[in-house]
Design a protein around this ligand. Structure first.
Ligand SMILES: *[C@@H]1O[C@H](CO)[C@@H](O)[C@H](O)[C@H]1NC(C)=O
Ligand SMILES: *[C@@H]1O[C@H](CO)[C@@H](O)[C@H](O)[C@H]1NC(C)=O
Ligand SMILES: *[C@@H]1O[C@H](CO)[C@@H](O)[C@H](O)[C@H]1NC(C)=O
Ligand SMILES: *[C@@H]1O[C@H](CO)[C@@H](O)[C@H](O)[C@H]1NC(C)=O
Ligand SMILES: *[C@@H]1O[C@H](CO)[C@@H](O)[C@H](O)[C@H]1NC(C)=O
Ligand SMILES: *[C@@H]1O[C@H](CO)[C@@H](O)[C@H](O)[C@H]1NC(C)=O
Ligand SMILES: *[C@@H]1O[C@H](CO)[C@@H](O)[C@H](O)[C@H]1NC(C)=O
Ligand SMILES: *[C@@H]1O[C@H](CO)[C@@H](O)[C@H](O)[C@H]1NC(C)=O
Ligand SMILES: *[C@@H]1O[C@H](CO)[C@@H](O)[C@H](O)[C@H]1NC(C)=O
Ligand SMILES: *[C@@H]1O[C@H](CO)[C@@H](O)[C@H](O)[C@H]1NC(C)=O
Ligand SMILES: *[C@@H]1O[C@H](CO)[C@@H](O)[C@H](O)[C@H]1NC(C)=O
Ligand SMILES: [Cu+2]
Length: 611
């Protein structure tokens, strides 16, 4: 008995010691968000969103277990805002997740919002605003959680953080009015003017011969994905989206918007040469490629600052020479096994189509996400025992109620000819299936009309230790299956991370364990004050009805469907017979006339029969 008590005491001491030696601290950032001017591509001065009068924005750095506090003041003067900490689970702090009208009200000019949560994760993340369109204006940066206990911590000498992004010369508020309109019926996305690495061009990573570096790559783009490789160097992938994976040798990566990779790169022993770090934008995502847009960029591993900095010798055939490492085959270092079969399977079909106003929208199962009149989390908080009834959240937020601790599968069939990087807030998920697979067959079905639909009774066995991440790319006309446990009560956005497609409605809500949300969460009064300042309701159903939660009269709705017999092709033809008359050439060059005109010719014939 005495022995047992003694043993317990020793253990208690040990625990106390561990607790003290890694005591968490509070890390506080004061963000005064204002417009500043920047010219990162050396081509054009433009207004960007700065923090404390600076751009590039500050990188947030914390240690695992820290309490992160960000006091944000909206000093923009003309625009609402908010911050999402991408990849943070916000376990117990769903109200700190950031998307406007999902977990909070938009923060109007002159108002403040304090984000305050515990960081119980490791690895590479980022933050960006999540209110309407906004991060293409520069409001995004890295968030690094340092971890001195990672299995690869002793395998490198120094680390670099490299963000990669596309860059527009026009403010989103000037792009947006032209994007979802009759004048752009194909939904052609705005073409960026440049691609940046670390918010600039021609970056040098100063390296020393023989040393090994950890490079954290973060794609903070709004639209375009990029291939990444380093001439004459291979590397080892050790982390994706905050999940440590077994060190895996690779030479090329495909990094979509919002994805992160950490790689270990060992330097050569000689210091005679500098080596190009090459990024190539995935032009398949662009409807047209303007002649002055440079898709590939060279940055350098700089061994010797006085030696030449050679331009990359480009691989000739992007499709066959740039075969990226398939993220599905990475093995999580923690060996988390395939979760048990799903209790709930959500089948989603992705479509882009035109609605009655002629503009192009995006849909999950025919629903184009349309924001409600009350942030959905606040509907959960105010709806009492009706919170488990999906109806109160409205028809156009596309709510899906998940029960606490259910195993959930999302089976996503992409009936669109573009690829889409899908992101789930509040979780990372297991990657069970994707076809066509990453690599050279990825675009195989791009031009097909049927595509590949997931067949639950006939598919490759799911991996024993599935790769996990928080952003996963669906192939053109292909499909994927992901799985997660609903163990994080909250309202979580599931959406395409191409900002233009999010604006077109490619989003839905996972309303996870609403009863548990009500039991565990309190919304600080300050959050409701933000709503008051913004003039947004913070009680009631999606239509802001606080009397009868089942009466959705007045809810925001998506635009009506086109009348039967009227098709997208008809609209494209009709619009292009008069577009130059009412919009002029500026618009056409902006959206890339060539792509749309080619489409027009192709579709003219069928259009005649449509109209
Ligand atoms: C934010 O910055 C602007 C412009 O520099 C300044 O006018 C304002 O007082 C600042 N606000 C806060 C809360 O720091
Ligand atoms: C942040 O949250 C913690 C835990 O709830 C609380 O103790 C602390 O006072 C909060 N800090 C701020 C600045 O709101
Ligand atoms: C963070 O990394 C440590 C190893 O360094 C691991 O033990 C822990 O489980 C990780 N935490 C999470 C939330 O993944
Ligand atoms: C990348 O940008 C960050 C933030 O602006 C800066 O601290 C860092 O030194 C840059 N890294 C390189 C390799 O230039
Ligand atoms: C970032 O993601 C976008 C969109 O998926 C992609 O087009 C771009 O090539 C990516 N950039 C890099 C450097 O991987
Ligand atoms: C560099 O030199 C070290 C020690 O001589 C050797 O172990 C290593 O393999 C060399 N590295 C390369 C890339 O040749
Ligand atoms: C790289 O960019 C240059 C200039 O834009 C272009 O001429 C070349 O074809 C590009 N190479 C590849 C492989 O994209
Ligand atoms: C750096 O490059 C210059 C020019 O090629 C060369 O003269 C010099 O020896 C190199 N230095 C080292 C340390 O390799
Ligand atoms: C979408 O609408 C079409 C046409 O009304 C219908 O045929 C199809 O079944 C719907 N799809 C889904 C997933 O609801
Ligand atoms: C829900 O709550 C209302 C009002 O509090 C109560 O009258 C009703 O009985 C409850 N319904 C259920 C199914 O618990
Ligand atoms: C959230 O926390 C609970 C314990 O409080 C844990 O069981 C669950 O796995 C966590 N979920 C996530 C996504 O972090
Ligand atoms: Cu998309």
């Amino acid at each position: 008995m005495a022995n047992l008590v003694g043993g317990l005491l020793v253990r208690l001491w040990a625990l106390l010691f561990i607790f003290q030696s890694c005591q968490a601290k509070t890390v506080t950032y004061d963000f005064n968000v204002t417009w500043v001017t920047a010219n990162p591509d050396g081509l054009f001065d433009r207004k960007v969103v700065g923090i404390n009068n600076q751009w590039p924005l500050p990188t947030i750095e914390v240690d695992k277990g820290d309490q992160l506090v960000v006091n944000m003041f909206n000093g923009l003067g003309d625009k609402d805002t908010s911050i999402h900490f991408h990849g943070m689970y916000q376990n117990g702090t769903n109200n700190m997740d950031g998307p406007s009208m999902v977990t909070q009200c938009p923060v109007p000019p002159g108002s403040s919002f304090t984000y305050n949560f515990t960081v119980n994760q490791n690895g590479t993340y980022w933050y960006h605003c999540h209110t309407d369109y906004c991060y293409p204006d520069g409001y995004r940066q890295a968030l690094i959680v340092h971890d001195t206990e990672s299995y690869f911590h002793n395998m490198y000498d120094e680390e670099f953080v490299l963000t990669m992004s596309d860059w527009y010369h026009t403010l989103v508020e000037d792009i947006a009015p032209h994007f979802i309109t009759l004048a752009n019926p194909t939904g052609a996305e705005p073409i960026p003017q440049a691609f940046l690495v670390n918010d600039t061009m021609n970056t040098n990573l100063p390296v020393k011969a023989g040393k090994t570096y950890l490079i954290r790559l973060i794609n903070v783009s709004a639209f375009v994905a990029q291939y990444f490789y380093i001439e004459d160097h291979t590397f080892k992938i050790v982390e994706i989206d905050g999940v440590y994976v077994d060190a895996t040798e690779a030479d090329t990566l495909y990094i979509s918007v919002a994805q992160r990779y950490s790689i270990l790169v060992t330097m050569k022993n000689s210091t005679e040469k500098n080596y190009p770090i090459v990024t190539v934008a995935d032009s398949v995502l662009l409807d047209t490629i303007p002649s002055d847009l440079q898709l590939n960029h060279t940055n350098w591993l700089e061994y010797n600052s006085t030696a030449a900095h050679p331009q990359a010798v480009m691989k000739v055939d992007v499709a066959s020479d740039l075969v990226p490492y398939d993220d599905m085959t990475l093995i999580p270092h923690d060996r988390m096994e395939l979760l048990p079969d799903a209790d709930l399977t959500i089948e989603l079909s992705v479509v882009m189509a035109n609605l009655d106003n002629g503009a192009g929208y995006a849909f999950f199962n025919n629903i184009s996400y349309t924001k409600p009149k009350v942030p959905t989390l606040y509907t959960v908080m105010s709806s009492g025992n009706l919170s488990t009834n999906a109806e109160v959240y409205g028809d156009y937020t596309h709510p899906m109620i998940l029960e606490h601790n259910q195993v959930v599968d999302i089976v996503l069939n992409n009936a669109d000819t573009g690829s889409h990087p899908f992101h789930l807030h509040g979780h990372n998920f297991q990657l069970l299936h994707r076809e066509p697979s990453y690599g050279k067959h990825f675009y195989d079905y791009e031009d097909s009309t049927d595509g590949l639909t997931f067949d639950a009774s006939n598919h490759k066995a799911f991996p024993q230790y599935p790769s996990r991440r928080d952003t996963f790319v669906a192939p053109p006309m292909g499909n994927f299956v992901i799985r997660f446990v609903a163990d994080n009560p909250g309202v979580w956005f599931f959406h395409c991370h191409i900002d233009w497609h999010l604006a077109q409605g490619l989003a839905m809500l996972m309303i996870e364990a609403p009863t548990q949300i009500q039991e565990r969460m309190t919304i600080p009064d300050a959050a409701y004050d933000t709503c008051k300042a913004a003039g947004v309701s913070y009680e009631g159903n999606a239509a802001a009805n606080t009397e009868d939660f089942l009466d959705l009269t007045g809810q925001n709705k998506q635009v009506a469907w086109l009348p039967a017999g009227f098709t997208t092709k008809g609209i494209v033809a009709m619009v292009f017979s008069c577009i130059s008359a009412f919009l002029g050439m500026a618009f056409i060059s902006f959206y890339g006339a060539t792509g749309i005109q080619a489409k027009k010719q192709e579709e003219n014939e069928s259009a005649d029969t449509d109209s």
